[in-house]
Every structure is written in structure tokens, then in C-alpha cells.
Design a protein around this ligand. Sequence first.
Ligand code: SAM
Length: 215
Amino acid sequence: MNPSSARDFIQANTRVTHAPLVPEISLHLATQITPIWQATETYLAENGIDPPFWAFAWPGSQLIARHILDNPTLVAGKRVLDFASGCGLAAIAAIKAGAHTASVNDIDPIAMEAAALNATLNHTILDYRPGNLVGTVSDWDLIVCGDVCYEAPMTNAIFPWLQSCACTTEVWIADPGRSYRPNHDLIPITRRTIETTRELEDQDRRVTTLYRLTA
Ligand SMILES: C[S@@+](CC[C@H](N)C(=O)[O-])C[C@H]1O[C@@H](n2cnc3c(N)ncnc32)[C@H](O)[C@@H]1O
């Protein structure tokens, strides 16, 4: 799908609203989940695109954004990467809190377009890093990752890379209790109970923890 069609698709299947924990940032989000999954399944068959993770602000990025907005000195002047950025909420929060730059990276090109639309909505400028960054050398002061432990193959692919980045770069991971989160080298920073929807999750709320990853 070309960028212009991707933007049309995002706008047609979402509405401007906000995540429960971060009311100060507007986002293009799916409010009815079933239609967007069905629409995307049709596109998926026709165009080979991924499920619309970008249409939701997952508990991980909500907690990162909340923590950044409540503690702006943690990011002020820093080069921040929102890795697996989805809708780009954490990156937008970082810029609003005074980060020098906030890069977004998601393996799904439509997510990159969703982050761009959401950045415009919030009068922010992001730095776009498309493609797969896993295995590359960190170019950032802080890497934040929301909800990246929901599948074993993904967690197994990204964790060793994030751990190598942690030798030179601060790395945060926010996780709402997904099955594949490793139990080692994660130091809790803060924890919140976050409202979720039964259409996406098997619980109405998820206790979500923000961790710092040690090398
Ligand atoms: C559950 S969503 C979380 C999105 C966002 N961080 C949040 O918390 O709202 C997981 C995201 O990881 C992305 N992803 C999966 N593998 C990736 C990889 N190797 N590099 C970058 N992004 C990846 C997916 O496309 C998806 O947007």
C-alpha cells in the first residue's frame, strides 16, 4: 500500500480520540475493534499487510507516555527512540516533554504512517526510521518499547538486541504482563493499572509495569 492510500485507510477506519491514561494527546484510534480487524483482513488478503496494531494505544505506550509527561526531565534534551512504535504515542509524549528528537520505528509501514498522522494531530515533528533496526548500533540516549513481549518469536528476536543496546543506551520496556516477558535484567521503575477493552484483552484492566533493562 502506498503512503497516501495508507493514510486514507487509517483515517477511514479510526476516529480522533485519546488513550485513557494520556488524555492530553489526540490519536487516530479504532473505537470499534471488529470492523477494523475485518477491514484489515480484507486488505491483508489483497495487499499482504499486517494486523492494525497501530490502531490502538496499547498499555505499554500509555504507561511510557504518562511517565514521560509526568517526569519531563527524564527525556529533556535527549534523543529518544520509540521502538515498535505502533501509533507513536510514546514518541509524541517525548517531544512534548522536551526531547531533542523522538524517532519512531515500526516494522509495519502503515504504523509509520499512523505515527505521522498522529504527530501532525499534535503539532509535533518526529524522526522516521522505517525498516528493521534490530541488530543495528544504537543512535539514541533512550530507547522506549511498549508492549513488545506478546509473541515468543518477536521477544526472542528483539531482546538480545535491546540488551546489547543497554550497554550504551538507557532502555525502557513497558509490559502489561504478557507471557513472553523475560524475568531477568528488568528493574521496575513504575507501575499503573490501565483500562483495557475486552475486545482486545481478556481483562478490563491490566497492571502494567515500566522497567529499565540492564545490560
Ligand atoms: C502490541 S504493538 C505495540 C505498539 C506500541 N508500542 C504501543 O505500546 O502502543 C507491537 C508493535 O511492534 C511492532 N513490531 C513487531 N516486530 C517489530 C520489529 N522487529 N521492529 C519494529 N517493530 C516491530 C508491530 O508492528 C506492532 O506495531
